[in-house]
Design a protein around this ligand. Structure first.
Ligand SMILES: Nc1ncnc2c1ncn2[C@@H]1O[C@H](COP(=O)(O)OP(=O)(O)OP(=O)(O)O)[C@@H](O)[C@H]1O
Ligand SMILES: [Mg+2]
Length: 244
């Protein structure tokens, strides 16, 4: 079990990061520091750079310049090993539900004797206890997303990135996933999550990063950003207006 006090003080920051493709600036973040316990929710219109920022924080995209840092140190393989990411459309192995989790635990070096009980624990956490032997590819969208989150949690990550994990789900499935995320957050996992759902941001977020046109237009405590946004872009986005 990790030390919560350490997690609280850990800082994931972005400094001078720029991503351009074919002369077009896609992401331009002079400075962003995620130094609270989170959950941090990233909001903004389609194409505003939310997924790019998430990939950047996870080290999946190397920026043209600038740096992502964990506690002041340039993101390295050790940091990345303590991060996990759940993509919007997770790809599950063509194996049983349990085998999908076993694969990750085995890769982590967990002995077979410990894996069985850890798998049971994880399945109970995701409400998938009845699905142990079912083929992962035959799960419903909500169940598959829960398994993808469990697979990420099986890595015992310090930081968990989630890219719109509930965008295709009904309210009940969304609520189950939100509960999993909140429990993980309470256990000390730093959550950084993209959503288009303002209600979800209100329910989950401690702080909110608002994006537009590849820029972070606002970052602050959730209540402040949602109830008294400082930027025009955030105000219009929250009001449901078109932001161009
Ligand atoms: N590899 C790439 N090459 C060229 N353009 C890219 C690449 N990756 C992303 N983009 C562009 O960068 C912009 C930001 O993309 P990103 O996926 O981060 O948006 P987003 O905010 O996550 O949008 P959505 O809400 O639709 O998921 C988009 O205009 C996208 O087309
Ligand atoms: Mg996206």
């Amino acid at each position: 079990m990790r030390d919560l006090t350490l997690d609280m003080s850990s800082c994931l920051s972005v400094d001078g990061v720029r991503i351009t493709r074919k002369g077009k600036s896609l992401l331009n973040v002079p400075h962003l520091a995620l130094d609270g316990p989170g959950p941090t929710l990233i909001l903004g219109p389609n194409g505003s750079g939310k997924s790019l920022l998430l990939r950047c924080l996870h080290g999946l995209i190397v920026s043209d310049r600038g740096q992502v840092r964990q506690d002041g140190v340039a993101l390295n393989a050790d940091h990345k090993a303590r991060q996990a990411m759940v993509f919007q459309q997770p790809v599950l192995l063509r194996r049983s539900v349990a085998a999908n989790l076993d694969f990750v635990l085995k890769r982590q070096g967990m002995p077979r004797s410990a894996r069985k009980s850890r798998i049971e624990e994880l399945l109970a956490e995701g409400g998938l206890d009845g699905k142990v032997r079912q083929s992962a590819r035959s799960l419903s969208g909500g169940e598959a997303q829960r398994l993808a989150i469990l697979r990420a949690l099986a890595l015992d990550p310090e930081t968990l990135f989630l890219d719109e994990p509930t965008s295709a789900l009904d309210p009940n499935a969304t609520q189950m996933i939100e509960r999993m995320i909140l429990r993980a957050s309470t256990r000390g996992v730093r959550i950084v999550m993209v959503t288009h759902d303002i209600g979800q941001a209100r329910r989950l977020a401690a702080d909110i990063v608002m994006m537009q046109g590849g820029h972070v237009v606002e970052h602050g405590a959730a209540k402040q950003v949602l109830d008294a946004p400082k930027s025009d872009a955030a105000r219009r986005y929250l009001a449901g207006g078109l932001v161009t």
